[in-house]
Ligand binder design. Sequence first.
Ligand code: NAD
Ligand code: UDP
Length: 332
Amino acid sequence: MKILVTGGAGYIGSHTAVELLKAGYEITIVDNLSNSSIDVIDSIKEITNKDFNFYELDVKDEDKLNEVFVKENIEAVIHFAAFKAVGESVEKPLKYYENNLENTISLLKVMQKNNIKKIIFSSSACVYGDPEELPIKETAKLTTTNPYGATKHMIERILKDVYKAETDLSVIILRYFNPIGSDSSYKIGENPKGIPNNLMPFIVRVANREIDHLNIFGDDYDTKDGTGVRDYIHVTDLAIGHIKALEKANKDIGIFVYNLGTGTGYSVLEMVKTFEKVNNVKVPYEITKRRDGDIAACYADPSLAKEELGWVATKTLEDMCYDSYQYIINRK
Ligand code: NAD
Ligand code: UDP
């Protein structure tokens, strides 16, 4: 089966591409490399020893995208391509609405034109805003606190409307929690340009002495030790979740929403301590004030994905911390 992976040169897309190829799927990747590099495509081929076609294009470009669908005989789509930086989305909302919404609409139009019925979409736990109940179920109220999250919420809504009008589709919305870690080859991983916003890439740079300390954004939350709690999930577990979702899309028509998280929340301090222990390094930190827009705690109830997809996360926090650091060390 031939799968189009949009944004497949990115962090989660590249890991999913590896798992798809390992599972025997054929793939085509399209990516405009706005937040990734061409080397990743070679690394995916190297890791899997398999070949595939890559097209450097913007998913918003319907004509070029249509050519890819026709030429490659695409049968299903996994749609990762998006901008994802929460802070930047607050400063440049139009950039986010334009890219994330327009590229999805173009993609859906081209799918329609080519009679393609299966799509898996990368949503995010940020559609839950500041959750009223923990762990979070898929049925929780949706509310967003920044333009990035709003794009995810809006695209979910678009997908629901498109499904209502075209009821023979299989649409799977995956709400990711906090992906970290790297493929065990350490040839692909998360390597953001500039100063990282997210916790794990920041910790890794501090451990690697590229930044002198970590600022912990607040220790006065109503959590186990006062620091923020999140559901960190190994990116390979997350990638395998897409294989399970594809199996579901091949079996059932409908629109389905799943949380992909471990179900366990860890605090910032627990992350720092585990990282230090597993990697035998120091991560100096200072407690600073809360980050604007942050929430105290967010973790999934992943039981629906277990029940309906047969998917559970298997990697431990130790695995995640070890693999995140190994990728950076091996990159040097
Ligand atoms: P990433 O930035 O590493 O990958 C996204 C890829 O899409 C990049 O390679 C980028 O060049 C490409 N891209 C962006 N806009 C494009 C366009 N218009 N046309 C073609 N290519 C385009 O991000 P990621 O962490 O791999 O995230 C993948 C998806 O998962 C995104 O939709 C993101 O919003 C979502 N997500 C990520 C996280 C996370 O913490 N990483 C959490 C929840 C959801
Ligand atoms: N965090 C932190 N210092 C940093 C980056 C993040 O203390 O430099 C905290 C943040 O306040 C949150 C947790 O780490 O409690 C995870 O933050 P991240 O941005 O990775 O994920 P998100 O908040 O988007 O779920």
